[in-house]
Design a protein around this ligand. Structure first.
Ligand code: IMP
Length: 205
């Protein structure tokens, strides 16, 4: 049984794949489907974008598809960059460009005014079933980047109750509390209850 994860992003894949260890499925990324070009994220919410990606890839491949969309919501910026997190500083923005713009926008705001959260919406689409779940982690934006792990805004996001940014944590420790792990953990729980036990290892061994 093959499923697709609707992304080319290796950073995301590395976080998503282990969460499906208990499913007797082989997860393929979009690299296995070169005929699928860039998918335009035209939605105005994370949920719309996650479903756009999952439905589109399912319609082309015919395979059950997982997708996610993530936003960093900074309170003092009115929830920005939010759904525009990937393109915050322009259409071809790099992670470093986006981090630089975020720090510039936050300027000298003190720690208590730098609160933020990562929100991930995870989606599953297989033609007869659609499931959507959400995962959130609260924290704050540091004054400068710290750490070299992770990706995206990890070097400036310090989760609540922790002294390290996500980029200073091991990937295993990020995985314990991250927005993406929470969203996909909830999706796994939902799918475990909903899908035929044929997809699950325990039932097939
Ligand atoms: P996407 O639309 O789900 O690919 O995520 C939008 C942007 O949010 C990405 O380009 C990254 O900059 C950022 N992002 C997503 N997930 C994470 C994360 O786990 N840590 C840090 N930044 C992230």
């Amino acid at each position: 049984m093959k499923w697709v994860v609707a992304t080319h992003n290796l950073d995301k894949l590395q976080e998503i794949l282990p969460l499906f260890d208990n499913f007797a499925v082989q997860l393929l990324s979009l690299d296995a489907f070169p005929e699928i070009g860039p998918i335009e994220e035209t939605g105005t919410t994370l949920e719309e974008n996650a479903l756009i990606k999952a439905r589109m890839v399912h319609s082309v491949t015919g395979l059950p598809t997982l997708a996610d969309d993530t936003g960093l919501e900074v309170d003092v910026l009115g929830g920005e960059p939010g759904v525009r997190s990937a393109r915050f500083s322009g259409p071809d923005a790099t992670y470093a460009d986006n981090v630089a713009l975020l720090l510039e926008r936050l300027g000298d705001h003190p720690p208590e005014a730098r609160t933020a959260r990562f929100r991930t919406v995870a989606a599953y689409v297989d033609g007869s079933l659609e499931q959507v779940t959400e995962g959130v982690v609260h924290g704050s934006i540091t004054r400068s980047p710290h750490g070299s792990g992770g990706f995206g805004y990890d070097s400036v996001f310090r989760p609540e109750g922790h002294k390290d940014t996500f980029a200073q944590m091991s990937s295993a420790n990020k995985q314990l509390i991250s927005h993406r792990a929470r969203a996909f953990g909830a999706l796994v729980e939902r799918l475990t209850l909903t899908l035929s036990s044929l997809h699950q290892k325990e039932a097939s061994t």
